[in-house]
Design a protein around this ligand. Sequence first.
Ligand code: SAH
Length: 559
Amino acid sequence: MTALVIVGHGTRSAEGVAQFAALVERVRTRAGGTVGDVEGGFIELSRPPLTDAVGALVGRGHRALVALPLVLTAAGHGKGDIPAALAREVQRHPGLSYAYGRPLGPHPRLQTALAERIDVALAGADRAGTWVALIGRGSTDPDANAEVAKVARLLWEGRGYAGVEPGFISLAEPSVPAVLDRLRRLGARRIVVAPYFLFAGVLPDRIRAQAREFAAAHPELDLRVADLIGDCDALADLVLERHAEAVRGDIRMNCDTCAYRVSMPGFVDKVGRPQTPHDHPDDPVGGHSHQHEHQHQHEQRHQHPEPALRPGAVAIVGGGPGPADLITVRGRALLEAADVVVVDRLAPQGLLAGLRPGVRVVDAAKSPRGPSVGQDAINSALVRHARAGRRVVRLKGGDPYVFGRGHEEVLACAAAGVPVTVVPGVTSAVAAAALAGVPVTHRGTAHEFTVVSGHLPPGHPDSLVDWAALGRARGTLVVLMGVETIGAVAVELIAHGRSPDTPVLAVQDAGHPEQRSLPTRLDEVAAAVARAGVGPPAVFVVGPVAAFAAEPVLAAAGH
Ligand code: SAH
């Protein structure tokens, strides 16, 4: 039979980890001969990690697994984080495949287990005089919250409680105090708070604490808290049932009411978008900030790459040299996730047309001018939008770290405590030449290339460039921001040893429909640029490779 790997999220609670381990052992025992092999592992926070569990099964010769997410409802962990962790295992073990099991609930066994825990808390008190507050974890995914509401209803049906109301410990309403207050106003005298949770953890502890606090403020109420579902035979048997379903290929995730597929009021921005990781109070600090690829797993196994851009975080994204399709896949995904895009003049403007409606575009070129004023304004805009809980993309031309002041923005975010990530881009320093048909290196011709800023001319007191050394060198020199200074640069290079007839190619507006390139030589470049009216943005490629330019003078780019 297909081996089973039980996948937990992980918790900071040692008791929760022990309960998970005990359940895995119980599943093994109760499986008897029906399941070949059983392992359990966590995707974060706790040991053993999923990768060890999968590694053990692979080591014992298994190549096809059932992976069962040990979650009560299909929310972020079940739809995104766990499939992403499994996808990494599949990459790690070529030939490995897995069938993904359904979330555990809703299920009659779980309702029965909840009713048993409530009975223990009631200790003989009558059900008819008892209201139940069923408290779920809470999610930004309305479908997951609706599942808890459904379980509340199913728990009430036929069991004789006065009523069962759902509530949530995080991310969703009503909160624990809110649902308890609602029951109190409905006239409840006795309330059992039933956590809809498998195992011990920070959130169940918080449910108990909030219930105690409410009880202390309302001494007239008889308020009790039921135990968690915990490691028990009913849960182990449900795990085995989910395993059997997966083996049969009988998995139906509820996608009819999934906010990622169906437009729902208040959630329209989710339709068609990847599942987004969220901050849960018991997740580790910055828990999902690492660049995991998350996937939202539907019954048809649609997989979307998931950008790791959380609300309140900034991504400094290199947009490439100009054409909308020369951004990286990662940069594009982050852009699609953005709520605010702070964009440079040189960043690919075509990408803005593809943004979701309602995304705020901030034109950084409109920031006040001056050597640092503009940058300060940009930095503070990034921090301000992030602190307002928005997903912020700073879209830059080329690569953010090539004369892009990207690191200043990273430092500003870091200093403000705003999570920040950098996505490299295709730099014009290499791409402009390439788009004009010139390789910056070529075997037997150039074994080095140097990228230099022409912003400050040779001899400028603030210049950090050793122009003399560049004059002596033989390799390719790529000059950015040099339209104004290329004449002075050429004189200096010739003075230090470059031959006056060294080929030079000026490439203007690389990648744009107006791209043009001008082949010339070092001692003529200034005059040629002036004659042809070359203007920024342009790069100058200096060195023997520049002679490879196949295009005639000022030919329009043939795209
Ligand atoms: N971070 C950018 C460079 C910023 S400095 C990158 O990695 O590409 C700005 C300079 O880049 C311009 O003065 C010009 O020299 C060059 N540049 C940027 N985009 C260009 C383009 N499409 N065509 C030619 N040069 C370009």
